[in-house]
Design a protein around this ligand. Sequence first.
Ligand code: FAD
Length: 655
Amino acid sequence: LFRRRRALPPLPLTWRRRAGGGGPGPRWDVLVIGGGHAGTEAAAAAARSGARTLLLTHKADTIGQMSCNPSFGGIGKGHLVREVDALDGLCARICDQSGIHYKVLNRRKGSAVWGLRAQIDRKLYKENMQKEILNTPLLTVHEASVEDLLLTEPEPEHPGKCQVSGVILGDGSRVHAGSVILTTGTFLRGMVLIGLEMHPAGRLGDQPSIGLAQTLEKLGFVVGRLKTGTPPRLAKDSIDFSIMERHKADNPPVPFSFLSEAVWIKPEDQLLCYLTHSNAKVKQIIYDNLHLNNHVQETTRGPRYCPSLESKVLRFPNGIHQLWLEPEGLDSNVIYPQGMSMTLPPELQEQVIACIRGLEKAKMVQPGYGVQYDFLDPRQLSASLESRLVQRLFFAGQINGTTGYEEAAAQGVVAGINASLRVRGKPPFIISRTEGYIGVLIDDLTTQGTNEPYRMFTSRVEFRMSLRPDNADSRLTLRGFEEAGCVSQERYEQTSRMKAALEEGIAVLKSLQFSGTKWSKLIPEACIATSRSSPASALDILRHSQVTMEHLARAVPEPLRKFAEWRELAERLKIEAMYEWHVNIQQAEIEEVRRDEALQLPEDLDYFTINASLSQEVREKLNSSRPQTIGAVSRIPGITPAAIINLLRFVKTNR
Ligand code: FAD
């Protein structure tokens, strides 16, 4: 890796001359600031879609670094990883080359809300990500600190706005670009806190970014302050796992990427995770020492979605909190205690650890700490993630108020694609709420903003029956290829083949119709309870929980055998059958809104009292906008599709 980094092509001559100031630098199509999870995806996506891209980051060695948890995916987040993969993004494939414990969460619920998740070997992930980034055609990586933005006159069609044209580096040199993407994570005026101590840092051991924070402020961007934290790390060989609950990985593991037939690790070589719990002694230490904890106080408890142990104890004083012990790597002696994020002084963190079952003799190898940082109010961005204030300036990742690698990666792909399209003068690539979790994430951020780190959940998604992890490729890959050019030919062909096979399979299953009695005889082991005389299609029968494509193919080999023999296709047909009914209803709702776009809304409608299922926030927005038609409602930022359909139905039944 390091050999490869040294072997990078020398900086273009014009740029080298520029070091120290004066004269024009080279011009890149897209310039990405920050090599974290958003920045790597943004840079790779821009390069894949044809832009000459420069990734500028503090240290090339931290590309692919997981600042906090050694895991990817989870409920809602797994969907994002699949969608990033559908757009040919990197993180899903890199996870499949680095995972050490795969588990699908929410298995007992329907596959629409399954949460693909894996523990990741930190070291491997970083190595594999760096290999990938350094081998991406059209992408160059350079270590530098970006201190300021270069601005020029606005484009005539957008009067009043200024336009970014490049950046100024720490050494004063200038780099020019068609579009710039800011992905600086927690680094803008970052401040690390442990106990009563605080010092400027983007994360432990990394310098903060001050110059850029000042630039954004000067330009008039609204910025806020957020906080997050990370747990202490423990030495594996000092933990008594024998008295903890063991959790095995899935066998076989479910890969993240549509391109991975299997993951790199053998199922039997996957590592275990363990579960232990907090207790009354932990609570006491936390309460007794709140005066020594600058990051978490009774009134400022910190983030809701990756809360510290202290804030969980303050919020739920009678709760016993789960603490998961997760491996950091195959050959690592470090354990990540998930759920134990702390900012007490280190000696008190050791006391907390020592009173937890199984951790009585555990050695702390690094204390937990908190970080506070500036973030940009994402309502200043459009759905393409371009800023409304400065043309051609895009923002992605934690800087937009999100938390998590997956949310960062998802925004990175979208910003990278759009920064590249912008340079080529092409229309933006927008994913709607009805097309993907990425669409929901970006719509929520850009229309509603956030006042605490935003985390993805399935509950945020109105059309979750259609937006499943299994069909992210059908939803996004072809669009990514045709409209953004960010998808490889190989992936495009694979998805097209699968899409055609699914359509053919569903049509064939629908066309095979027998009476209930005949189906019961054909597949006796499934105990099909269907009306004896009325005909049912093979697709209806596949909806029964016990029936698989193999059953159907044994019963009716021709024409079903070929669909059952293709294992992945058979699994996807089963899921399609299970969700067909829900998806049809949702599709009908989408069509209903489209059909009734011109429907006039009564001028005297009192949005605060009408008997329709609308949130208070939606009622307020409708009342202040007073839209004239349903079409106009759908264009109000922050009005969800579910709210539109509920309002539409109310108006239709009450006119
Ligand atoms: P980052 O991964 O932070 O990357 C930012 C990159 O930008 C860095 O490489 C940095 O060097 C570079 N950079 C910054 N400024 C400049 C500049 N001026 N010039 C050049 N390069 C620059 N997520 C969770 O989901 N759960 C958690 O519990 C959690 N806890 C966290 C605790 C801590 C202490 C930290 C630091 C993060 C935590 N996260 C957590 C967040 C998770 O790490 C981020 O969401 C994710 O890494 C964000 O990705 P990003 O690309 O936006 O930023």
